[in-house]
Design a protein around this ligand. Structure first.
Ligand SMILES: Nc1ncnc2c1ncn2[C@@H]1O[C@H](COP(=O)(O)OP(=O)(O)OP(=O)(O)O)[C@@H](O)[C@H]1O
Ligand SMILES: O=c1ccn([C@@H]2O[C@H](COP(=O)(O)O)[C@@H](O)[C@H]2O)c(=O)[nH]1
Length: 236
């Protein structure tokens, strides 16, 4: 029996690259989608917010001299490409999926309509939220917190490239140690960069827990959904 009935999965865009330096690695997206299909089969309601870091991040465009808001809209469009790839890969595995976008792209996908998204989830379809919040200066982590709160999920599952939250970035600091659990206040005060403070603050206010775990670790998503020990839990 799954530990949850309804969850929001934030899938790292950057993880979609696999070992490549850019874009979507076919083997990687296939493995991720197999994990998602496995948990959908448990009967859980699942929605996904997909990141865009494998294609474009606004902050990088800003640093290169672009207008930051324009660069952020490019970042949001990057999440749309990932969303379409994800929908296609899910359908090939026999999982019904619908993309809803926070930016209008009516010829391609549905616009974000909250009651419709809730209905899709009740019908067992995976809803993929594209284009983040639809606003520049935000991230897809914040979109995950926002859509998670709107959908009334029990937990936000942040699937990323590291297996939890560490005392500092484990990719840069080999002495960093992993938390099993941490409070929102501690994560914000310690400025732990695994998620942005806006996402932490929104989840804290809504009392919506976050589980951070590695999407690159085989079976980790299923273990999280089944309530087994995996990753780091962020709680009030
Ligand atoms: N204290 C920390 N604990 C764990 N990871 C950390 C920490 N500080 C920084 N990180 C880094 O944060 C990264 C995850 O956040 P990031 O938003 O960059 O990626 P993502 O959400 O996985 O990708 P995307 O933005 O493309 O969806 C990890 O890969 C890790 O290197
Ligand atoms: O609400 C949002 C969400 C995202 N963006 C822009 O998209 C890129 C990619 O998203 P990641 O969360 O980094 O994967 C992000 O860097 C922003 O530039 C946004 O503007 N608003």
């Amino acid at each position: 029996m799954p530990a949850y009935k309804k969850v929001l999965l934030k899938l790292s865009g950057e993880a979609l690259m696999g070992d490549d330096s850019y874009g979507i690695n076919p083997g990687t997206i296939d493995a991720m989608v197999a994990d998602v299909a496995e948990v959908v089969q448990t009967g859980i309601q699942l929605a996904i917010v997909i990141g865009g870091g494998n294609i474009f991040r606004g902050v990088a465009g800003g640093a290169a001299g672009m207008d930051r808001a324009t660069a952020d809209y490019m970042g949001m469009l990057a999440t749309m490409m990932n969303a379409l790839a994800l929908q296609d890969a899910l359908r090939q595995k026999g999982v019904e999926a619908r993309v809803q976008s926070a930016l209008r792209m009516d010829q391609v996908v549905e616009p974000y309509i909250r009651p419709k998204a809730i209905r899709h989830m009740e019908e067992g379809k995976v809803v993929i939220f594209a284009a983040g919040t639809g606003n520049p200066f935000f991230t897809t982590d914040t979109a995950a917190a926002l859509r998670g709160a709107e959908m009334g999920v029990e937990v936000v599952l942040k699937a990323t490239k590291v297996d939890g939250i560490y005392t500092s970035d484990p990719k840069k600091d080999p002495t960093a140690t992993r938390y099993d659990t941490i409070t929102f206040d501690e994560a914000i005060i310690k400025n732990l960069q695994v998620m942005d403070a806006t996402a932490f603050a929104l989840c804290r206010d809504r009392k919506l827990p976050i589980k951070v775990f590695s999407i690159l670790k085989p079976g980790a998503l299923k273990r999280v959904v089944m309530g087994d020990s995996e990753g780091t839990l962020v709680h009030v």
